[in-house]
Design a protein around this ligand. Structure first.
Ligand SMILES: Cc1ncc(COP(=O)(O)O)c(C=O)c1O
Length: 394
């Protein structure tokens, strides 16, 4: 018998306004002024702390019911974290090293959410001994692991949601599939775990507000299933993903907030609502500055080598994120391949990007809105130094 293909009806994707609100970024003239007083020595991220403050206030104004818990991984610099503390943010951590930084700044561990779905037993023991109360889970094994270390842990279930339209997708590695959720709820009940909430991540630099709507709709269904078996869900964690303006138009925070706000009416006052913005709070505040260490013509292709590449902080281009990048040359734009200074062939920042033809050894490179996921990623691979971080304001 001939088999008929199952045709899935795709829900039409709603249109959202783009660039409807102005964005505030660290301006180039402040960077130039800084360099006049502090001549360039090695790659450096210059962060304007007042912009971090402004972005935090804007997030809170857009979503008064949602407390931002900054994703420390985006930029763990203590000066940045201090501003976020002053602005009333909480935090989300991936490791106990991040917890230690926060405790060193006086943050109460009860304000810290441990949102890495895979935690070693030793890290769990350390975090719970220090007083962390909330732990994410997305598998039967992790529910049992957390429960065995801390019987009264409050757990929130990370569910899988679409990452369509995200420049740095995070789906696949983590997040329980909706088909598996009933079994996970059963496992929690069986081992008397306090499964008390839901989280999701729409993908980093997410340009599609619809992902939040779908995530919240799924969370609502999971809440109902939890209640049906006697669990008491009381945390909705909207994760990260709020985008910043690089080369493509973005839905403004206000547009995303409208979608979230509409869905929030399905969650009663007993539900604490948080989010985990990373990039949104810090990207616009920073310029990453590095320098051309050399150029080469190979097989008719122009190559330039920066003193910071994939291992030195400029890694997000490898998944397609595109920055606004400036130089002080004004030659004709031509295609260049850009690589970092290490001997590793993976260390290629981008290919066939347009830069002035007259760029040469010693020229500075200015990467705009690079306050997130640059210095945080950098390593000393091949013996190159970590970038510096300097701050303006506050
Ligand atoms: C669990 C979790 N929460 C929040 C974030 C922050 O995401 P973003 O910087 O896109 O807001 C991340 C980023 O990887 C994450 O893994």
């Amino acid at each position: 018998m001939p088999r008929t293909a199952t045709i899935k009806k795709l829900r039409p994707q709603p249109e959202f306004p783009l660039d409807s609100h102005p964005e505030v970024s660290l301006d180039f003239s402040s960077v130039k002024q800084y360099l006049l007083k502090h001549p360039y020595k090695k790659p450096i991220l210059l962060v304007d702390l007042e912009i971090v403050r402004g972005k935090t206030r804007r997030f809170r104004a857009c979503l008064p019911r949602v407390r931002p818990h900054f994703a420390v991984k985006a930029n763990p610099d203590p000066r940045v974290l201090k501003v976020l503390i002053q602005e009333g943010a909480g935090f989300e951590i991936a490791s106990i090293a991040e917890l230690d930084i926060l405790m060193g700044l006086g943050v109460a561990p009860s304000e810290v959410f441990y949102s890495n779905p895979m935690k070693s037993r030793a890290y769990l023991e350390y975090a719970s001994a220090k007083g962390v109360e909330w732990f994410v889970v997305d598998s039967d094994e992790e529910i049992r692991k957390v429960q065995s270390v801390k019987a009264d842990a409050k757990m929130y279930l990370r569910i899988d949601v679409p990452n369509i339209g995200s420049d740095w997708p995070l789906a696949g590695k983590f997040g329980a599939h909706m088909n598996d959720v009933p079994d996970l709820i059963e496992a929690a009940v069986a081992c008397k775990a306090d499964l008390a909430g839901v989280t999701f991540h729409v993908g980093s630099q997410c340009l599609n507000p619809e992902n939040w709507r779908v995530g919240m709709d799924r969370a609502r269904k999971v809440f109902a299933s939890m209640r049906a078996v006697g669990l008491r869900p009381r945390l909705l964690n909207l994760g990260g993903g709020y985008p910043v303006r690089h080369v493509k138009p973005i839905p403004s925070m206000e547009t995303i907030a409208e979608v979230i706000h509409k869905e929030l009416r399905h969650f009663g006052p007993e539900v604490q609502v948080i989010a985990e913005p990373g990039r949104y709070l810090v990207s616009d505040a920073g310029y990453f500055i590095c320098r051309v260490v050399g150029t080469a013509m190979r097989n008719n292709q122009r190559w330039m080598y920066w003193d910071a590449g994939v291992f030195g902080g400029v890694i997000e281009t490898t998944e397609g994120l595109r920055y606004n990048i400036y130089t002080e040359r004004d030659g004709e734009p031509v295609a260049w391949n850009v690589a970092g200074p290490t001997c590793d062939s993976v260390d290629v920042v981008m290919r066939d990007e347009l830069f002035p033809a007259d760029l040469q050894e010693g020229d500075l490179i200015f990467i705009k809105n690079a306050g997130a996921y640059t210095t945080a990623y950098a390593s000393t691979f091949n013996g190159f130094p970590l970038p510096d971080v300097a701050t303006l304001g506050a």
